[in-house]
Design a binder for this molecule. Sequence first.
Ligand SMILES: Cc1cc2nc3c(=O)[nH]c(=O)nc-3n(C[C@H](O)[C@H](O)[C@H](O)COP(=O)(O)OP(=O)(O)OC[C@H]3O[C@@H](n4cnc5c(N)ncnc54)[C@H](O)[C@@H]3O)c2cc1C
Length: 374
Amino acid sequence: MRELIILGAGAAGLFCAKHLRTKDYLIIEHNDKPAKKLAISGGGRCNVTNKFVKEDDFFSGDPAFISNVLQRYSNKDLLKWLRDQGCALQLKNATQYFCSKSAQQLIKLLHTPNILYNTEVFDVEYDKSFIVRTSRGTFRSKALLVATGGLSYKKIGASGIGFEIAKKFGHEVGALAPALVGLTLQKEQFWFKELSGISLPVTINVGERKFKGNLLFAHRGISGPAVLDASLFWQRGKIIVSFLEKFPKLNTKKQLTTQLPLPKRFIKRFLQEIGLEDKRAGLYNKRELEALKSLCHYTFAPAGTFGYERAEVTRGGVRLNELDTNMQSRLQKGLFFAGEVCDATGKLGGFNIQWAFSSAFVAAKGIDAYLGNY
Ligand SMILES: Cc1cc2nc3c(=O)[nH]c(=O)nc-3n(C[C@H](O)[C@H](O)[C@H](O)COP(=O)(O)OP(=O)(O)OC[C@H]3O[C@@H](n4cnc5c(N)ncnc54)[C@H](O)[C@@H]3O)c2cc1C
């Protein structure tokens, strides 16, 4: 029997292994290599963390829990560890840390020989120890870390096994949904599809939250950084897109399309949609000007999302209030969770990998303490 089995050789599983005192662990992974998701994250350069990381950057039922985990292993701790290991980083967009060359820099650092590849986990039971049933037989351990991630990107290994295991041990799994993903449209907004390829800066309001960034018109709907962040907090209902922060003072003698700081193709299609023509600004009546001002608060309800196959993350997961401060199940001693399988989903910008690493570090300390008292 092993001291520990880790399910999943992704960001959380590998980072936990790096920070364990016990060396008697086995990682079980159904892919033929580790960290396939890390390899493609951040466009292949992996946005590992952010200059500013707060619980507010996450969608979760328990911000205080997230804050506690981030305090125990912060972005500063991670940056220090990466630098100490010789991993060169690059700061982009003023706040996002990426690997300077490739995500492989990070994956090499996380290397461990104790991984059983091409082995699918089917089920876990507990009878005095954990019994892990896999495609290559049954394994036993004193402690178990579930680090199997979420449902997005099935083609590189995502599965729902972590949620199934959690439920089996009596855990509640918060409603799952694709997040950091493009949004599809209802037929009233199908005209957006004709603008496919145009990207423009917007602000999107979802309830009380505001997201600034680019919106990309796509064949299937809308995407781009502002939309991906908005998708994390959108759960049906209306969103407000401000294509213009403020409606400019118009020169009455000039054509409208020459005055608005927006792509011409976009304005022309928008005008067509509200039944107006491009003309000298002075020729619009009061009602028409009001219709034009909806560019500052264009309100509509998306139809849905592009789905798990295009989503960077899965929102929802194992409820944090059912874990103790060491990421250990309150319902089954020795059972730990870390990473995306938990109900903590970050915005774009390096928050999800930071969470995977912070929660895995905390779990590593908890696992060592648990094994010490076993
Ligand atoms: C395209 C893309 C880009 C992204 N870019 C960024 C970014 O730049 N910055 C950022 O912070 N976040 C990014 N993310 C999100 C981030 O990669 C994840 O949140 C993070 O990898 C989650 O880590 P994890 O260890 O919990 O899960 P994963 O990294 O998904 O690891 C889970 C592991 O478990 C294995 N597994 C699953 N089921 C089984 C089973 N039944 N049997 C055996 N093994 C199993 C999987 O194969 C996988 O190796 C991106 C995600 C995607 C899809």
